[in-house]
Design a protein around this ligand. Structure first.
Ligand SMILES: Cc1cc2nc3c(=O)[nH]c(=O)nc-3n(C[C@H](O)[C@H](O)[C@H](O)COP(=O)(O)OP(=O)(O)OC[C@H]3O[C@@H](n4cnc5c(N)ncnc54)[C@H](O)[C@@H]3O)c2cc1C
Ligand code: SF4
Length: 325
């Protein structure tokens, strides 16, 4: 499958990148390219301009910022996986990053690309010929959904591994355009709609991720379901963070991925866990809550029932592991 024709833009500074985005309406950003390039080969995106941001040095690296940590959007997943600072203070993030794809893809793939990852579906991540044969669908070129016929919503699943960990850490992201910078909690970035899945305008770029001091030193666990352990996207994923005091839970958060069009914090999990001592029954109750948050449909090779059940099981195991590790 060949790439469509496009003009390549290669800015060297953030300012240059932002003015190019303002000038070329709908230019597509490429960072590591590990998701965008295969998608362009499948003609899911046929932009006139592609902007390669890899030369923008100021968007790379992990820095202590005040008492929290700042991660540039172009920082590779390998760098995150092997960061001593992150492993010590925000272990759920290094664990989630280490499960993305394969070592080669983590060398190229960036945290910004992982946050901005397109949603995925069996009926969408296919060649043009395949999709044409099926009459296309709402997400691209069509007007019906093969997964939920009769509805008008796309249920393609957000399938990034680091965002549930970042949600548990109360991470914020910085977004830039030619007019300036804004900062927002990551939980406000996602829309839970498979098509317009993120709050990002065509002239905007994600520049940084911030991890607050208040989430540092939490125990963290990430568990994921995938077909091939060595390389695949998650078909269900769960992150848990927990802070304990005198054996009781002082604070905890749980988030799911790959089972909805957005990564989501599990509502009620923090309240359920607060002040308690973890045991099998409590871990199972949190698992049941996570199972209710998960709304998987037939967007992947595994059945929705199995994926929801695995969210329940993985959450229970992750809560027990976070309470003992
Ligand atoms: C075989 C295979 C297996 C994979 N398995 C996994 C997996 O297990 N888990 C997982 O999470 N991912 C997986 N991926 C997807 C991908 O490798 C990772 O998500 C990676 O982090 C994407 O980062 P990237 O820099 O390569 O993104 P790119 O491909 O460059 O970009 C991805 C999207 O984000 C946008 N974008 C990138 N950076 C920015 C920015 N700074 N601001 C605004 N928009 C931006 C792009 O325009 C594009 O829409 C897999 C990919 C392949 C090919
Ligand atoms: S969920 Fe429906 S509309 Fe969305 S990509 Fe799949 S088939 Fe298409």
């Amino acid at each position: 499958m060949s790439l469509p024709q496009f003009k390549l833009l290669r800015p060297r500074t953030l300012d240059e990148a932002l003015s190019l985005l303002a000038k070329h309406n709908n230019a597509r950003i490429v960072a590591g390219g590990t998701d965008l390039i295969p998608s362009m080969r499948q003609k899911l995106f046929e932009p006139q301009h592609v902007m390669d941001i890899r030369n923008i040095a100021e968007l790379k690296g992990i820095r202590q910022q005040g008492s929290g940590v700042e991660i540039g959007a172009l920082t590779s997943l390998t760098t995150i996986e092997h960061s001593d600072l992150l492993r010590r203070r925000y272990p759920v993030l290094t664990e989630a990053a280490a499960t993305v794809a394969s070592p080669l893809l983590r060398n190229m793939g960036t945290i910004g690309g992982n946050i901005c990852l397109d949603t995925r579906c069996l009926w969408y991540n296919q060649s043009l010929t395949w999709r044409k044969g099926c009459g296309f669908c709402i997400k691209k070129d069509g007007d019906l959904c093969h997964v939920a016929p009769g509805g008008s919503k796309c249920w393609a699943a957000f399938s990034g591994d680091t965002p549930p960990a970042l949600l548990c850490l109360n991470a914020e992201i910085e977004i830039a355009n030619a007019d300036g910078l804004k900062r927002m909690p990551l939980r406000d970035f996602y829309t839970n709609d498979g098509v317009a899945y993120r709050n990002l305008q065509p002239d905007e770029l994600v520049t940084r991720v911030f991890l607050p001091e208040s989430s540092a030193d939490y125990r963290g666990v990430y568990r994921k379901l995938r077909v091939r352990g060595s390389i695949d996207y998650p078909l269900a994923g769960i992150a848990v963070v927990m802070k304990r005091s005198n054996g009781h839970i002082a604070d905890a958060r749980v988030a799911v991925t790959a089972v909805n069009p957005a990564p989501l914090l599990v509502k009620g999990a923090s309240e359920l866990l607060a002040g308690k001592v973890v045991d099998e029954a409590l871990a199972e109750a949190v698992g049941n809550l996570a199972g209710k948050t998960a709304k998987p449909l037939t967007t992947s090779a595994l059945t929705p029932e199995y994926r929801r059940e695995m969210i329940r099981v993985f959450t229970k195991r992750a809560v027990l592991a976070a309470a003992t590790n």
